[in-house]
Design a protein around this ligand. Structure first.
Ligand code: ALA
Length: 413
């Protein structure tokens, strides 16, 4: 076991861990070391109870009924919208749409925004995007004769800001980028992107799936037009996420899905729409999950966001130091500003084999292309293994991960 100095943090990590029942599990007769939170984080009792409590004690459909349960549930659902607003520092709850997650939120913007464009208009994305911030734009580009332009990524896994600047032109209608890469951990410099000549006035969508978890986020300070995130990575339930759309964007855009709840009146020859944000929330939403997302936010707000970020980065640094001692191990993504995600490969060992061997030691990591094939190609790999850290991880777990990898190396190489 590598012996290093303990990490100092004002957070009571032991108490935090105690709130996550699943972290008590043993995997293959060893304590679970859960390093796959970038894929989906575990849930504290407070969130579990909020979802269960909704079904147990106060559940009905929202915005429709006039009975007590319908009113209580609508109140809890709208309170969760206020939780999202406060969490992102949006100006108004009218800027917040509940979605199933980031993917649905980006599809919503892609569909509605691109309907306002002309053939030949351009969307700028980057090679470090998750497929959820690639495919929706490609689908729209094909349907509407738009062009998708690709910002490049450097060897260390940073955005090539200069090349990105060269993509901005008269036909650029939107820039859509990850705020923090799910593979590299790179945190993109949004102020720098805004400062690129011509880019400051172009609508900007940020995929906050990772950043909302790992960084304090303020959509007004970021000056983005759209920001999306998902609940299941934020210690909340799967099936609920949110879209932030600045100011009057939601008023200006046509709806995404049609159905109940999003209408004002339906006639045989025309439809008028509900006020925002309801215009974008067709059908019965994921009621209990949205309420659980609000609970996850309130749970997270009990802790200092900067302290969480520093704790996670200290764990990452500790693991990175350990990994640097392993022959043939290469970390993909070494940006200056990097959140607590480490993607790596080891000589010729297949990342899937690495993940399976780590699992034998109770260590859960993800392996594969991480829904980012253009990035894999750019970095010259077909897959990586990925360890991602969360607030509940400990220094002992960072060490256990490195030790398990050393054993995997002895076994595989
Ligand atoms: N988007 C999730 C990940 O990066 C699933 O693993």
């Amino acid at each position: 076991m590598t012996v290093q100095k303990p990490i100092e943090t004002p957070l009571n990590i032991k108490a935090i861990r105690g709130e996550f029942p699943i972290l008590q599990r043993q995997i293959n007769s060893r304590p679970l070391v859960y390093l796959d939170s970038a894929a989906s984080a575990q849930k504290p009792e407070f969130v579990i109870e909020s979802v269960a409590g909704c079904y147990r004690a106060s559940y009905a459909n929202v915005h429709r009924g006039l009975h007590t349960l319908a009113n209580e549930t609508t109140e809890a659902f709208e309170a969760a919208r206020e939780d999202v607003r406060r969490f992102l520092n949006a100006k108004s709850t009218d800027e917040i749409v509940f979605t199933r997650g980031s993917t649905e939120a980006i599809n919503l913007v892609a569909h509605s925004f691109c309907r306002t464009l002309e053939p030949g208009d351009e969307i700028v994305i980057s090679r470090m995007e998750h497929h959820s911030n690639i495919v929706p734009w490609m689908l729209e580009a094909e349907a509407r004769e738009l062009t998708v332009k690709w910002a490049d990524v450097t060897e260390t896994g940073e955005l090539d800001y200069e090349q990105l600047g060269g993509l901005i032109g008269e036909r650029t209608r939107l820039i859509a980028l990850a705020h923090m890469s799910n593979v590299l951990g790179t945190v993109n410099d949004i102020a720098r992107i805004r400062a690129i000549p011509g880019a400051g006035d172009i609508p900007l969508l940020l995929d906050g799936s990772q950043s909302a978890v790992h960084l304090p986020v303020d959509v007004q300070a970021l000056d983005c037009d759209f920001f999306v995130f998902t609940g299941h990575k934020l210690y909340g339930p799967s099936g609920a996420g949110a879209l932030y759309a600045k100011g009057d964007w939601l008023d200006r855009l046509p709806p995404y899905m049609g159905g109940g709840e999003m209408i004002a009146d339906v006639f045989e020859d025309r439809v008028t729409f509900a006020d925002v944000p309801h215009k974008f929330e067709a059908g019965t939403p994921a009621i209990a999950d949205a309420i659980g997302l609000g609970a996850a936010i309130r749970w997270l707000e009990r802790h200092d966001r900067v302290a969480i970020m520093e704790h996670e980065r200290a764990l990452m640094d500790r693991a990175m130091t350990g990994l640097s001692e392993i022959d043939g191990l290469k970390v993909i993504g070494t940006a200056q500003d990097k959140g607590a995600i480490i993607s790596f490969h080891m000589d010729d060992a297949h990342p899937h084999d690495l993940a399976q061997i780590l699992d034998k030691y109770g260590v859960a990591v993800r392996a594969g292309h991480h829904c980012a094939q253009p990035l894999m190609r750019r970095m010259g790999v077909s897959a990586t293994a990925r360890a991602s850290f969360a607030v509940y991880n400990t220094i002992e777990e960072a060490d256990a991960f490195v030790d398990a990898l050393k054993k995997a190396r002895e076994f595989l190489i």
